[in-house]
Design a binder for this molecule. Structure first.
Ligand SMILES: [Zn+2]
Length: 181
């Protein structure tokens, strides 16, 4: 990044591990000024506090969402308006992951973008950038400390999925990832 523009957009500096990046993202957006992080995560507010434009549009069948950077414009994220709310939330969090990992470094005049297709997301997920964005999304929507806290209080996986407003599959994967069972 060579061009500096006056801006209040938070910069996420720790973009190595997904958990660290997601935690920093929460701290610098919805938890800024020492606010508590409410569950479920208001992922749209996270995006907007990062300076992203968020749009819900009718996308081609098989397209979950995309991130677009046009010259002279802030980054824009588009999410399939007809998808289930769980998928919309995950897609938005995934695109925020692409932004944090890559597009936040773009100068105002830069251009770029990518499209996320449903089949690539669910079945392949083999590309490093896609895996990173998926890991970031899971950590953003289901922060480890909050999941552990509710789990210790005796919440079932079903109650956790409902509480965090994520799909059961996402929560089951998160529970396994955190080694809770
Ligand atoms: Zn992606």
């Amino acid at each position: 990044m060579t061009e500096t523009t006056p801006s209040v957009r938070p910069i996420i500096e720790n973009t190595g591990a997904t958990a660290t990046a997601a935690a920093e993202t929460l701290m610098k957006t919805i938890a800024m000024d020492g606010n508590r992080i409410n569950i479920p995560i208001d992922v749209r507010q996270v995006a907007e506090r990062l300076g992203l434009e968020v749009q819900y549009l009718l996308l081609d069948t098989g397209t979950d969402g995309m991130i677009v950077k046009e010259a002279g414009r802030p980054c824009k994220v588009v999410v399939d308006a007809l998808a289930h709310t769980h998928r919309r939330r995950f897609t938005l969090a995934h695109e925020i992951g692409h932004y944090v990992q890559k597009y936040q470094q773009y100068a105002l005049g830069d251009e770029g973008g990518e499209i996320d297709y449903r089949d690539e997301r669910s079945s392949k997920g083999t590309e490093p950038d896609e895996r990173w964005a998926n890991g970031f999304a899971a950590a953003l929507l289901m922060p480890a400390s909050a999941v552990r806290q509710f789990w210790a209080q005796g919440m079932t996986p079903e109650q956790l999925a409902e509480t965090f407003n994520v799909s059961q599959r996402s929560m089951d994967l998160r529970i396994a990832k955190l080694g809770l069972r």
